[in-house]
Design a binder for this molecule. Sequence first.
Ligand code: PBG
Length: 311
Amino acid sequence: MRRLVREVRPHAAQLVLPLFVHEDLDAPRPITSLPGVEQLPLSGVRAAVEAAAEAGIGGVMLFAIPSVRDAEGSAACESDGILNLAIAEAVAAAGDQVVVMADLCLDEFTDHGHCGVLDARGNVHNDATVLVYQRMALAQARAGAHVLGLSGMMDGQVAAIRDALDEEGFESVSLLAYAAKYASAFYGPFREAVDSQLQGDRRTYQMDPANRREGALEAALDEAEGADIVMVKPALPYLDVVADVAAQSSVPVAAYHVSGEYAQIEAAAANGWIDRRASHLEALTSMVRAGADIVVTYAALDLAAWLKEDA
Ligand code: PBG
């Protein structure tokens, strides 16, 4: 009876698995604060994408850690930059089985760790950053990315990147906008995953956790600028925002179950305090119930397997 009347049924096809690719590695390296997640060498991308396809997962989201960082994040725009090389590898492995998404942000590439370039006073300069994002978008599109994940939270980035892509004939490259991205404490383990250089915080460009209506506004603006998918991040602490955005949006809505959310489940489960499988499945169900069409999660492979067992 419960099976018959169930309201939401999460599916592997709506999951997106983040992948971390490190330019300096020749073998996978575990990320301590994200149990079960590794930084991969470029040579490991193919197998990771094939595993995602095998599991029936809908997409992968690529992040990359370059050997050399500078103030402008130059490696992000170079065709032989590690992220762009990883995109090409992933796209070749994905065929038409898995959607390849790439993180479009400068924080992995700058020596100061901010998501953009800085002005003379050391603040992130919105408009100068958007110009760099346009070049980064073109580099990612040329590498073959299917979807660009705009995670930098600069105003006007969606429209500017859409224009730059269309001008070069990349009309079919889609944009996933991190529309409502909050300045969250739950990104802690991710900063280890990308060897983050960040000093200070991102409160001049990421949102105040206290603001619910502003989350809906940011999503509406990004949709109007041409976003193909709008995302709320983190997920579980912001399900009210996910629900609001789902209610108002005509485009698909994604939720990012971020590193700190994943790590909480992993740490408690490792201590025997909660059931790992049931907790991850409940978290996923809650995000989908709130209105997420797509869920980005480090547990995607396990979730896909569990969903298959339960089907
Ligand atoms: C920044 C970015 C972050 C995450 C994804 N993209 C970190 C930040 O904003 O500091 C966090 C994801 C996670 O915690 O899992 N481009």
